[in-house]
Write a new protein. Structure first.
Length: 674
């Protein structure tokens, strides 16, 4: 039906009347915009429900100020232009808050510009997104049913209706009226800036000192700036880093970072005097990154049945690190890959794989390739996901076998089931020249842990139908597949010639602690929750079975590459790596070692520091790991600076592509991995 005349179309009559009143009552539309978006910001805060971060009067004041900053200029537009501009800003801010909510539930963080550059991954989340949606979220978009149609009417029909009502007089705005609009717009902008930027600046000088310089965690920034302010600052930060070129590292700063990394290299070089260095020279290496495998799964049972019987046997025959931590951030699986293979910290926001695939790193596959190994990576998913098609050649792999190289004969979850994945991968590996390095990345235990009925073999009792119950079923399946992988290595005569290692990439993304407590049959304090979230198994089986048993020294994913290269007798004294070998004959080689998390948390195996959301070290929590109790924060504070330094210097190395400079300064031939 055509819009028709006012008499013929009641909807257009309502819209016309509304537009006429907005023409008469200047800036009422801007006031309505503020009210609606403020209500959405308050609802957004309710949906996030972050402990110790609920909006107070300060936050509301800052939020109102940021809305003034993003909308003050609209007062200079004519009525129709202002309505359309405000509608566009409304839609953008509403969608951004909606996307933030979904992203937060999965990653416990807010979307940033680098993450938006990875937007193609959102479609690939598939079923996971469905499990993250809640009906209450749609209130953030509810006004669109009015705002969008009214904006469309304003564009296409509003001009004619206003001319019909007001005639030519509405175009005869004098200079006084323009001066009033300009002055009002400036006043709104200045007031908004004072309310937002002024208060944020005060926070930077007082309780949020250093937060914007370190910004390890987006939620800490959000706690100061609010959601609109956070995204505005994030755009500014990204532009400054990537377009404005104002954060280039000076020669003096680069030299300081190089010296800092060389101190770590000297520590690894010292360990090369131990008898363990080169004890397995020339061995094959098979490294498996297991999706969402957490340490609390080891040696657990449910319904009288072991959840991981094959891993339980393997840990008795291998070196098993029970204080090993994942150190991933927003890049999740790609972060774990980067940490384990390149021994540098991930980015605070986004993924190195996406943002810096062209940069130079001292990654394990390139080092092994330089030492005569054939290097392959196997992952039964789309090669473009996490930019792997670009990143893996840069890391030094000879071949990348992605989803297109596999027969999807066992569809489970996101892609191919681990059983078939391991079988098909081993068929290729068996034909590789030796020595080889093969890196496998599994998928079957990926959130939301969808398993076919035939593979749901555990009796999970009251956890049936819950996310935790589904996770246990998927881990049990993955364990069986890993058992078959070990048997395949033995049958092919490779077990006694290969260093076999595996680790979990990150936590399982289950945020309902009541499910954990039901499974573990005990309440959990903050430290116990951190241990569950951050600890993943790291298992290293050596060809002769040496070092079998539990290794109690603390370690993290940064240590995987240094550990393997140490055992192979390949020196890392001239490489820029942050980790240290964990499996050495020198038992005191890692005394005082810190495992640093991307959000500023850290542990030395004895103490565990959990930073405060406000970014103030003194407000953090310091725990005694052995006593499982909170202690005086002052005992952890001496290590805060070292943890912050590791994150900051790693960021500078990655962001500014400093490794080629380090290589040149050492007069070592550069390997660009291209």
């Amino acid at each position: 039906m055509e819009w028709g005349t006012v008499r013929q179309n009641p909807l257009r009559r309502v819209m016309r009347t509304t537009l006429e009143w907005l023409e008469r009552l200047k800036a009422v539309d801007l006031l309505l915009f503020w009210i609606v978006i403020m209500l959405k910001i308050l609802w957004f805060d309710q949906l996030l429900d972050i402990p110790n971060m609920r909006m107070d009067d300060y936050d509301k004041y800052v939020a109102a100020g940021t809305l003034g900053i993003v909308s003050f200029w609209t007062i200079w537009l004519p009525t129709r232009g202002r309505i359309v501009a405000l509608a566009i800003v409304n839609v953008l801010l509403s969608f951004l808050m909606y996307a933030d909510i979904i992203y937060y539930r999965y990653f416990q963080d807010l979307i940033s510009v680098p993450v938006l550059m990875q937007a193609s991954q959102v479609d690939s989340l598939g079923e996971s997104i469905g499990t993250l949606l809640e009906a209450a979220d749609f209130w953030l978009l509810a006004d669109w049913i009015i705002v969008i149609p009214f904006a469309v009417y304003t564009i296409w029909r509003g001009g004619a209706d206003l001319r019909d009502t007001f005639g030519a007089d509405r175009r005869k705005a004098g200079w006084r009226q323009w001066a009033v609009r300009v002055a009002l717009g400036v006043a709104i902008g200045v007031m908004g800036t004072n309310m937002a930027i002024g208060h944020i600046s005060e926070a930077r000088r007082t309780w949020a000192i250093g937060l914007f310089e370190n910004n390890w965690w987006s939620l800490s920034l959000y706690n100061v700036t609010g959601v609109v302010g956070f995204h505005g600052y994030d755009v500014y930060r990204y532009a400054k880093q990537h377009w404005l070129g104002t954060e280039q590292v000076s020669a003096e700063a680069a030299d300081e970072i190089r010296q800092w990394t060389e101190e770590r290299a000297d520590g690894r070089h010292h360990l090369e005097q131990a008898s363990s260095f080169g004890a397995y020279k020339g061995s094959n290496v098979l490294l498996v990154q297991v999706e969402a495998l957490q340490n609390f799964m080891i040696d657990r049972s449910i319904g009288g049945e072991e959840i991981t019987p094959n891993l339980n046997r393997l840990v008795k025959e291998s070196a098993y690190f029970d204080q090993f931590y994942h150190q991933t951030s927003q890049g999740r699986t790609s972060d774990a890959d980067f940490l384990a293979n390149c021994s540098l910290q991930p980015l605070a926001s986004g993924s190195v794989f996406i943002q810096y695939a062209s940069h130079t790193f001292n990654c394990l596959p390139q080092t092994l390739s330089d030492n005569g190994y054939e290097t392959t990576v196997h992952h039964a998913y789309d090669g473009g996901f996490w930019n792997r098609n670009t990143m893996y050649p840069s890391m030094g792999y000879d071949h990348f076998y992605s989803k297109k190289h596999f027969e999807l004969d066992e569809p489970i979850g996101w892609s191919l089931g681990d059983r078939s994945f391991f079988r098909q991968s081993m068929d290729r590996i068996d034909g590789q020249q030796q020595p080889f390095y093969a890196f496998m990345i599994t998928l079957s235990t990926h959130h939301p842990f969808t398993m076919p009925e035939s593979e749901r073999k555990l009796a999970v009792g009251e956890l049936e139908g819950t996310m935790m119950g589904d996770y246990l079923q998927s881990v049990h399946y993955a364990d069986a597949a890993l058992g078959e992988l070990v048997e395949s290595l033995k049958q092919k005569g490779l077990w006694d010639k290969t260093i076999f290692a595996l680790y979990g990439d990150h936590d399982n993304s289950i945020k309902d602690w009541e499910l954990f407590e039901r499974f573990l049959e005990q309440p959990l304090n903050d430290l116990e929750r951190q241990m569950i979230l951050k600890q993943v198994p790291f298992i290293v089986h050596l060809p002769d079975g040496a070092y079998a048993g539990t290794q109690t020294q603390v370690g993290g994913q940064l240590d995987v590459t240094p550990t393997l290269l140490h055992l192979l007798g390949i020196s890392t004294a001239d490489q820029t790596l942050l980790g240290t070998p964990l499996l050495t004959a020198n038992k005191s080689g890692n005394d005082g070692k810190l495992i640093v998390q991307r959000n500023g948390a850290f542990t030395d195996g004895k103490l565990y520091f959990l930073p405060s959301s406000d970014g103030i070290a003194a407000n953090g929590a310091c725990w005694s790991v052995s006593d499982n109790e909170i202690i005086d924060t002052a005992k952890c504070l001496p290590y805060v600076e070292a943890a912050a330094e590791e994150l900051a210097k790693s960021d500078q190395i990655v962001n500014n592509d400093l490794i080629p400079q380090f290589i040149e300064s050492r007069s070592i031939p550069a390997s660009t991995f291209e």
